[in-house]
Design a binder for this molecule. Sequence first.
Ligand SMILES: [Cu+2]
Length: 120
Amino acid sequence: MTGPCTNSEYDVQGTGGAGSVHTATRTYTMPKAGIRVGVGGHVHDGRIDIALERTASGQEICKNTAVYMESMPGMLMDMTGCSNSTSVGAGEQFTTTSRYENDSPLLGVMGIQVSYVHDT
Ligand SMILES: [Cu+2]
């Protein structure tokens, strides 16, 4: 059975040159109202950050930023999380934007962001 979450991988071609950024976005609609109490990101090496915003206003809700090991550049160590509480409207749209470095090919990367929403 194929669902919307069975394959979350995509490729970054890496043809943008030094310092360039590859961006992938996805917009989704929340079925119910609630309070978003936390946001976390799932990451692969090469990730810069993944951001969540209200689609209509562009207001940023959370940005999960990649944390790399100082002793081993390019080795992902952690990801910042967000624990601020924000409202979610029934039918409100949100956009997740995943950014990777685009100076060398990255195969099968992911841009996953998980929100914890308290049903009100
Ligand atoms: Cu992954």
